[in-house]
Write a protein that binds this ligand. Structure first.
Ligand SMILES: C[S@@+](CC[C@H](N)C(=O)[O-])C[C@H]1O[C@@H](n2cnc3c(N)ncnc32)[C@H](O)[C@@H]1O
Length: 263
């Protein structure tokens, strides 16, 4: 049963549903992320999320990365982590993560394909649980958070953008469809749900550097898909995107220590 913060999160997220008339005209599904846009880089990105995870991670410890995508969050903690458990609903993402993991000799990797928290039952506990850029995809936050918490021995570290990831496309959405995108929920609303569920949440705001993980053509194609448009819109999207693409994004690190830390 959701409290007021959980209910507000679910209800405001629901307002991001794409209007049926736009959705039915979409040449391909606007949902899902191409693996090419989320390939993990070779070097970790220094952020508060990484620092908070490192503080709670013993040498040779285990990280669980939920909604791991290509593994940028979890692989960025190797070393000191020597074992990475990754969960994602996309096999293509997990294949990309395994390919990047091969560049880290000695790392033990386990992957679980499925939706969190439904898939959580078979997933082992880890020293630190990380979950980056997933929460805006989750309407039922309380049960998602409970499964993160119950899988952490020491700490849970969540990273999300301060605003919904599709907010970056607000100007383009207005340009092509003439309507405004919603302006809620935001990271503070997620933090309110975490607190409502009884976790001692800390929030740190920062600018997440733009990680150009895909070439321009792939980025434009991903944007076109999210905008429910066809390839004939690519040139216009390319010019609206500007020469440097999207810049750094205001992000939030939400973290808490597990109460009565598990042995
Ligand atoms: C925006 S990507 C972020 C990937 C990675 N964490 C990063 O920050 O680079 C979101 C990922 O979460 C996965 N995902 C979304 N909801 C999920 C859920 N409920 N359970 C498992 N995976 C999920 C998607 O398949 C996708 O790989």
């Amino acid at each position: 049963m959701n409290g007021p913060a959980g209910a507000y999160w679910a209800e405001s997220l629901g307002r991001w549903a794409i209007p049926q008339e736009i959705l039915s005209s979409a040449p391909e599904s606007p949902f899902g992320c191409p693996a090419a846009c989320f390939v993990a880089g070779d070097d970790p990105v220094e952020t508060p999320s990484r620092s908070r995870a490192l503080e709670a991670l013993p040498e040779g410890g285990t990280v669980l990365d939920v909604g791991a995508g290509g593994g940028a969050a979890g692989l960025g903690l190797v070393p000191p982590a020597a074992r990475l458990v990754a969960v994602d609903q996309s096999q293509e993402m997990l294949d990309s993560l395994r390919a990047s993991a091969q560049k880290r000799p000695g790392l033990a990797v386990e992957t679980f394909m499925g939706r969190w928290p439904d898939a959580a039952g078979s997933v082992p506990v880890a020293d630190v649980v990380v979950c980056h850029n997933v929460l805006y995809n989750v309407a039922d936050l309380p049960s998602f958070l409970a499964a993160l918490d119950s899988h952490a021995r020491n700490r849970v570290v969540i990273q999300i953008t301060q605003r919904h990831p599709r907010s970056m496309l607000s100007a383009m959405w207005k340009h092509f469809w003439g309507s405004e995108l919603p302006d809620a929920p935001i990271a503070d609303d997620a933090a309110a749900v975490v607190a409502e569920e009884g976790y001692e949440v800390h929030m740190e705001l920062f600018d997440a550097p733009a990680t150009r993980r895909a070439d321009r053509e792939t980025q434009v194609r991903f944007i076109r898909r999210q905008l429910c448009l066809g390839p004939d819109a690519d040139a216009e999207i390319d010019s609206l995107l500007g020469a440097d693409g999207f810049g750094p994004r205001p992000a939030a690190c939400l973290w808490w220590d597990v109460l009565g830390q598990r042995g």
